[in-house]
Design a protein around this ligand. Structure first.
Ligand code: UDP
Length: 420
């Protein structure tokens, strides 16, 4: 019998443009997992908030897989807490749609805390089990952020606690995250399954550095450091800029050779105000360190272009303050570009220090500057890390994620048979 899954990803549409505010790893995860499950014959409907006016209400993304946009609030970007306020409306509209179409699901798979309450209501009504994946945890974020930028902490953490208590299963993308679920939230480890994320090896694969630079029009860069990600404090871009400033202060020779390319974020001021503010703040930092000729912000890029950026770089820097997994690190490694990352969350499980990249303490400007200098000045080390990175990335595929998730579905359904 065909298995039917309602995949809930309220804030992260799997087809969204990536790298902008609130769209990154979770969107990629839901997209790739859905495609893989559908290819196995599992029917998947992804329910997400309708945010882009040009998106169709229903989009078939593969045989067996659809994205269904649910209207709740204006069809535009909304800050997370406004999305939260509209969750009852989202749930009701989703139920109306499912009822009108006569649809039935065997299981609910919810992503991020914003989907957890919707999953809870639907699981009670449909009498089916639910699986929860958080992507990031409120309590972990609270440990590293000095302010609650989204004003979401307390409510979010309460919702996370309840989802951990009540879901049939919770998935974590690394043993570090599983440990956080246990120690910070008291999760019952019998219900936690660790499933690392994946990378598309067709898309992210090595190519000649010189060719990639030429295709990007960056052949004037002698040494290229890359940052890819959402432009938010949690990603540590300011630490990277300071590290570069410190490095140039002691190695003037590198100042004339090194460029930093920052991919991610919206550059159009009318597009997204909070993010634009962050970019302005970063530009001020660039100015303070007189690095205007070294640093460029190129805005978000689709993943096809990203593959070129990774291949063109000598180093990809992932200076995050916290990271539940770190897809960017894995994508870079798959392209054979070593990563200098921080020793936080899942990054520690993706990057093996000294073999596939280097790990430095989060927020440590000197350690990051030293690590960059080491890799840039030691060609053999760079080659060694590039080789190790490629090898390590081979172990992570979306196919493997699909294997583990579909096994989990079977186990959960065997334990929680349909109650209809
Ligand atoms: N990404 C992208 N274009 C951009 C910036 C990011 O496609 O301009 C993608 C990137 O390829 C990766 C994801 O967004 O797959 C970011 O995931 P990651 O786990 O690194 O960070 P998160 O967004 O989950 O914090």
């Amino acid at each position: 019998m065909t298995l039917r899954v309602a995949m809930l990803s309220v804030h992260a549409c799997p087809m969204a443009r990536l790298g902008g505010r609130d769209s990154g790893g979770a969107n990629v995860y839901v997209r790739e997992l859905t495609r893989d499950l559908a290819a196995r014959g599992i029917e998947v409907d992804v329910f997400t908030r309708w945010r882009e006016p040009e998106d169709p209400r229903i989009q078939q993304i593969a045989p067996n897989a659809r994205v269904i946009h649910i209207e709740s609030g204006p069809i535009s970007y909304l800050p997370k807490m406004e999305v939260y306020d509209r969750l009852p409306e989202f749930t009701e509209r989703l139920q109306d749609y499912v009822r009108a179409e006569g649809l039935h699901y065997d299981l609910i798979h919810a992503h991020y805390w914003l989907s957890a309450e919707v999953a809870r209501a639907l699981a009670l009504e449909w009498r089916v089990p639910r699986i929860q994946m958080f992507h990031t945890l409120g309590l972990v974020k609270r440990e590293v952020m000095d302010e609650d930028v989204d004003g979401e902490s307390d409510i979010r953490i309460e919702i996370e606690r309840r989802a951990i208590r009540e879901s049939a299963a919770v998935t974590a993308s690394s043993e570090i995250e599983a440990g956080e679920l246990r120690s910070l939230y008291g999760a019952n480890m019998g219900r936690v399954t660790i499933i690392p994320c994946g990378v598309d090896p067709e898309l992210f694969r090595p190519m000649r550095l010189a060719d990639a630079r030429e295709l990007l029009g960056r052949d004037q860069c002698e040494r290229l450091i890359l940052f890819v990600g959402r432009i938010e404090q949690i990603k540590g871009i300011d630490v990277l800029l300071r590290a570069l400033g410190r490095l140039f202060a002691r190695r003037a020779d590198l100042k004339s050779e090194v460029c930093l390319v920052v991919v991610g974020g919206a550059l159009d001021p009318s597009d997204d105000a909070p993010e634009t503010e962050k970019i302005l703040e970063l530009r001020r930092l660039v100015h303070e360190h007189r690095m205007e000729d070294n640093v460029s912000f190129v805005g978000s890029r689709d993943q096809r272009d990203l593959a070129l950026y990774y291949a063109a770089a000598d180093i990809c820097a992932v200076p995050s303050l916290t990271e539940s997994f770190g897809l960017v690190a894995l994508e870079s490694m798959a392209c054979g570009t070593p990563v200098i990352g921080t020793r936080v969350g899942g990054l520690q499980t993706v990057i093996e220090d000294g073999r596939s990249g280097l790990l430095v303490p989060a927020g440590d400007v000197d350690a990051l500057a030293d690590a960059i200098e080491r890799v840039l000045s030691d060609h053999r080390l760079r080659m060694h890390l590039a080789h190790g990175a490629r090898e390590a990335a081979e172990g992570f595929t979306w196919r493997r994620v699909g294997d583990r998730v579909s096994d989990l579905y079977k186990r959960v359904l065997a334990k929680n048979p349909a109650q209809v």
